[in-house]
Design a protein around this ligand. Structure first.
Ligand code: ATP
Ligand code: MG
Length: 362
């Protein structure tokens, strides 16, 4: 059986460079590798509503933003199926059946959900929909029989939860579902890119982002204001790398050719880091270097975005066609699931005949 990818993003804002290094860049590489039989990329609007249910307009307006970001990063709708979660009702149905396989205490142990509950001040009263979103995510992944889920580190507990559901389902009802593997970014910095404030993961909900669609001047300003090392007061002071956002970003974005192009006095990132730690290298110089790299990465993305922005209805057509295709796929899995769960009554002529015989005999 060929390899299948399912991944996605919540339409809670434009996509940022954390998404790019954590997932998007990899997706495009995987798409272009030709190694995958099918690729499904989902805009998770139903999931976004679990903590934005009072703000449906936000979710509605951000569908197009996420779609434009996808296309501008190089996701190709001819190869990857781009679709909208809520348009696939089969996913909700799967969630309902998977709920039987998960306990409340298991959900309470999910570290990502725990952190998100705290961040959203949901401690006092957690909406049931939000609490159970890991189960809905298991439906998204299994509906497409995904073998591979390329995501950032925060998604690890979701994939583990999915694997548990698959194992439990298959052991009770028979082998109908595929157990997925997670595909994490190779580089530590990319797994959980911090925000420009250096405090937490870059996240749409925290407002500490560099967006893929930011204009060059905004990107420059954000980089120049980035959190570095509070102890590095004078250029001559030794600098620290730990928790230094600018260096974390360099770990995520910098390649050897960037030194040749923009900072030829250093051979590589290790040399730059060593100089910073010794003292004598100012933050501004490092930030200017990072700015050149980021502008180089973001420029083609911005240019492609401008092209797609000229024909918004066409982008909706792409999503509509993708959603139709995704729905067919999910419907097939739901049929398998219902057959395995013995709730496919009308398809089971044999059962109907056997019961008829029994009653005739009586
Ligand atoms: P929200 O605040 O609404 O949860 P988000 O910024 O966390 O938004 P998601 O849509 O939840 O974004 O995440 C989409 C994908 O991007 C996931 O695979 C996630 O792991 C990855 N991702 C998100 N933020 C980062 C980050 N800062 N670094 C690396 N990967 C990230
Ligand atoms: Mg998130």
């Amino acid at each position: 059986m060929g390899k299948i990818i399912l991944t996605g993003d919540r339409p809670t804002g434009r996509l940022h460079v954390g998404h790019y290094v954590g997932s998007l860049r990899r997706r495009v590489e995987l798409q272009n590798s030709g190694e995958y039989e099918k690729i499904f990329i989902m805009i998770a609007d139903a999931q976004a509503l679990t903590d934005n249910f009072e703000n449906p307009e936000k979710v509605r307006q951000n569908i197009i933003e996420v779609a434009l970001d996808y296309l501008s990063c190089g996701l190709d709708p001819a190869v990857s199926t781009l679709f909208i979660q809520s348009q696939i009702p089969e996913l909700t149905e799967l969630t309902f059946y998977y709920m039987n396989l998960v306990t409340v205490s298991r959900l309470q142990r999910n570290p990502t959900v725990k952190a998100e509950i705290q961040m959203r001040n949901f401690e006092a009263s957690i909406p049931v929909g939000f609490f159970t979103y890991p189960i809905s995510q298991a439906s998204d992944i299994t509906a497409f029989k995904a073998t591979t889920v390329p995501v950032g580190e925060d998604q690890l507990p979701m994939i583990e939860q999915t694997r548990e559901i698959v194992r439990k389902f298959n052991s009770i009802y028979g082998e109908a579902l595929v157990e997925p593997d997670v595909l994490l970014p190779e580089n530590e910095a990319c797994m959980r890119l911090p925000g420009i404030d250096g405090k937490a993961k870059m996240s749409k909900s925290l407002g500490n982002c560099i967006y893929l669609a930011d204009d060059p001047e905004d990107v420059r300003k954000k980089i120049m204001s980035m959190y570095t090392d509070p102890l590095h007061l004078m250029v001559s002071d030794p600098g620290h790398l730990e928790g230094n956002t600018v260096f974390t970003y360099l770990d995520a974005f910098c390649r050897p050719e960037h030194f040749e192009r923009y900072l030829p006095e250093y051979g590589n990132l290790d040399e730059l880091k060593a100089h910073y730690q010794r003292g004598g290298l100012g933050d501004v110089k490092v930030k200017k270097f990072l700015n050149k790299i980021m502008q180089e990465v973001l420029e083609p993305i911005r240019a492609r975005r401008k092209e797609y922005e000229k024909d918004i209805p066409a982008v909706y057509e792409i999503l509509k066609a993708g959603s139709e295709k995704a729905r067919e796929e999910a419907a097939r899995t739901l049929e398998d699931v219902k057959a395995a769960m013995r709730i496919n009554y009308f398809d089971d002529q044999e059962m109907i005949r056997a019961q008829a015989d029994r009653y005739e005999r009586n």
